[in-house]
Structure formats: structure tokens, C-alpha cells
Design a protein around this ligand. Sequence first.
Ligand code: GLN
Length: 530
Amino acid sequence: MSGVGKGVATASIGALLKARGLRVTAVKIDPYVNIDPGTMNPVEHGEVFVTKDGQECDQDIGNYERFLNEDLSSDCYMTTGSIYWNVITRERAMGYHGKTVEVVPHIPLEVIGRIKVAAKRTNADVTLIEIGGTVGEYQNILFLEAARMMRLEQPKDVMVALVSYLPVPGNLGEMKSKPTQYACRTLNGAGLQPDMIICRSSNPVDDVRKKKLSINCSVEQVDVISAPDCDSIYEVPLRFRDEHVSERVVKKLGLPKATVRMKPWNDLFKNISGAKRPVRIGVVGKYFSTGDFTLSDAYLSVLEAIKHAAWAAGRKPQIEWLNSEEYERDRKAMTTQLKNVDGILIPGGFGTRGVEGKILAIQYAREKKIPFLGICYGMQLAVIETARHILKWKDASSTEFNPSTTKPVIHLMDEQEEKMKNSDYGGSMRLGDYPCKLLSGTKARKLYGKDLILERHRHRFEYNPHYRKKLEKTGLVVSGESPDGSLAEIVELKNHPFFVASQFHPEMTSRPMRPNPLFLGFVKAAAGKR
Ligand code: GLN
């Protein structure tokens, strides 16, 4: 079922297998027809994560990277659209040598081929494959078919885990296992017998229900895994270890037994539960229309990166989701809200809505000397704020939301002009890792502790170098740039406790055990305020 925690379950199994010394990679399959989520509305999809090689993908890839502490690549992601696209392109190129190309077997074979490439390129001992959606729905049947065919080909090397939700209806107060039994039957109908059932629920699954599920689903009782809600997702690997999950996986796949080294996870857990003093971070964004849940989902990696940094700083992260659109109508509301946070963060974004409110929040952070971190759009808007309020270029803007501005301090990158003219929107932004040179004597250089870094990008617009000299005179200096000096990557304000903004997305390289330096600097500055 979507949203039930398959991603965290997959990532946690991966973490445990890695803790046994195995090489692990993970693949996410999304059942929609879009080639990737890059063109989808964040309210529809949540966050778009970007791999180092520039693949726009599902936020689960972010979870895998955070739990496995490894960079994944475009090999690790596929959608129904991308699979069909490949098959059709190959057919047009006579790649099937005149044969009839059919949904079955050619689509599942393409899926299997892609999985094998991911496994081979990473030299993985175990490849975890997460099939999105719910068993029984029409959309993912071909992926289940791929799993069935793989298992037929290599029965000893493939195992299937069903992640299922066990409701505890309020009026009964009793956990129900029937929906899981039906899910198992549905999976059986697709020709797959689960080897393991991961039982997601608000409560732990007791032995009575484990036994019931074991008998009715033909799974050994030890393979019915209790997976109750946890305070932190980073607790899940520890809980799975208590349920002997990786022991069972290793046994079934005939992999060598080894001790599970969980020290980093135990230490992280200690940090998380030991952090009592809060640090309050206000995330000023938009996307509120369907409620707070969607908002935090759209900024998932940002949220995680704040947490990683806070725990490393010994603080309890307290995140306030603040609506920039409200600030446009009501400045008092803004002051009341921003007075109560220790740090202000403006995440990435697109389009016009809520932009002016974000600029007001940046002005507040600058003038009141509140630690500020701007990401992508947040950086561009910080540049606009300085141009408007310090240089007094009232019309300063980005051509993204004011195409006729007389002071386009943020403008479309050259290579993007043509793409936009041709409505070439899919996968066409400046995506993935690009190097950034850090300038000596700056906060950014100090935080990273080196001269050259690689960070993930996802943008079309950029800081207009034409205005750089004048903008830098205000004290808003470029502290990171592309190695040839043509693109601004980081700006920071002198004479401010912490005012740093990056064109790249530092949240995407943050890991629970290795917080991103910009986030760490920001959260520490915020923590210093109290
Ligand atoms: N909309 C801006 C651009 O395309 C910023 C993108 C972002 O924040 N990810 O450049």
C-alpha cells in the first residue's frame, strides 16, 4: 500500500544487510506513466529527489541513500513510462529484429534487464527492489510479473517480502489481520508467495496474530515481522534487528552469516533520544493546499537534513512549517511567527505563488540577524531581496516570475532558453552533481573544510553575472562558484551571524551519520541563539 512505509522498510533491510558487511543496492519502481516525477506537481508527488548523475526520482531513493549511506544512480530508478519508452525506442531501432513485441514478456524482461544492470554496475551482493503501489492494482501487475519470472529463473536468489498494514479500528481496539491475509492471496494470484510479511501497524504484532498470519499466509511465524510505528524512522533498522529480519534474509538467500555491526545506528539512536533542548527552525514555503502532511512530504529531504544537523549538534529539531503566502497578506503574522524561531530556511521552489512572502521573510532574517539558509529558489530570492532593498532596485526580480523586469538579477541560463522555446520540460533542468569551488576566507569554505565540493542541482535559472559586482559591494558575496567562475553556487552575507544560500540542494547529500556542512553550520548558528 502506498504510504505504508515500504521505502523505509526496504532501506532498513538494506542498512542491516550492509551492517553484515554485504554490498547492497536498491531499486525503486514507480507504476506511473510519467518518465520521471520531475514534471509533476509537488502536491501530487511530494519531493523530487535527484541522484548524482542527474536522475529525477522518487523520494524513496533519498531514503535509500540516507540509510545505505551511499550514492545511488539513475540505474536505481524506473517507472512504467521509462520502461515502455525503452522498449518502444528499441523496437523502432529494429532491436527486436522484426519480432512481435508484446506487453508480456517484453515489458517484464525489460524490467529484469534494468534490475540486473543496477546490480552489476554496483557489484551488489543483494539488490533490494521496491515495487510501488498496492498488490492487486492494475498498474503494477507487470512488475509483479517480472518478479515472478526472476524467481522462476533463479529460485534460490529471489525472495519476496510483503509490506502490509494491520489496522486497529478505534471502535474495536483490536488489531485486524484479515486485510493482510487478503493481500497475501492477491499476491498469490499474481504467482508470488511471500517469504516474509512485514506488518506495519500503530502497535507491535503479538504472537497470536503472528501465528494466525503464519497459518493463513503459509509463512513461517519467524517471518512475520512486527513493524510498529516508531518515533524516528532511523529506529527502524534497530527494531528490524530485534525481529531478526536480516538473519532470515541471509538464510533464505544462502548468503554468508556474519555479525551485524550496529554501532553507528545505536550511536545515532542515542543522539536522537538524548537531544532534549529544542532548536526551532521555520521553513517558509508554499504547497499548503492539501494540508501540512503534503507540505512536509514535498520537503522531505530538507526535513531530514535539519534533523541530521540538529542531532549532531545535540539539539531536538522542532520544525515549523510557515506559509509564505500568508505573509503577503499579513505582515504582523509573519513577525509573530518568525520571532519565535531560531533559524529561517527557504527551500527550493518554482513559479510565482508565495514568492513575495518568501522575500519578506528573507528581509526579516537579514535585518534581525536571524540565522538564514536559502536553498535554490531560496538563494535566488535572497539575491533579489538584496537588490531590491539594499541597492534600491525596486524592480529587481527573476525572469521566472517577472519576465519583463528591468533588473533581471536572476535569469534563465543560456542553455535553457532554447529548451523552454521548444517546451522541452522533462529531465531538462541543470540536474545532479556539479562541482563548486569555495572561495577562501568565506563561511562556506570553512564549513566544508575544502576547496572543491560536489553538490546536487535542480534548476533552470541562475544568478545573473552581469550584476555580480554591484551585488557583492553590498556585502552579499559569492562564496562558491562553478570552477570556471561563470555560475554563482553560494552567496553569503558578511556581518551577519549566518546568512548563507546555495544554488544547489545541500539537503540531498545529508546523511543521518554525516550531516551536510551547510545545514550543520546553519543549525549550530540557530542553536547558538538560545
Ligand atoms: N525555480 C528556480 C529555478 O528553476 C529554482 C528551482 C529550485 O528551487 N529547485 O532555477
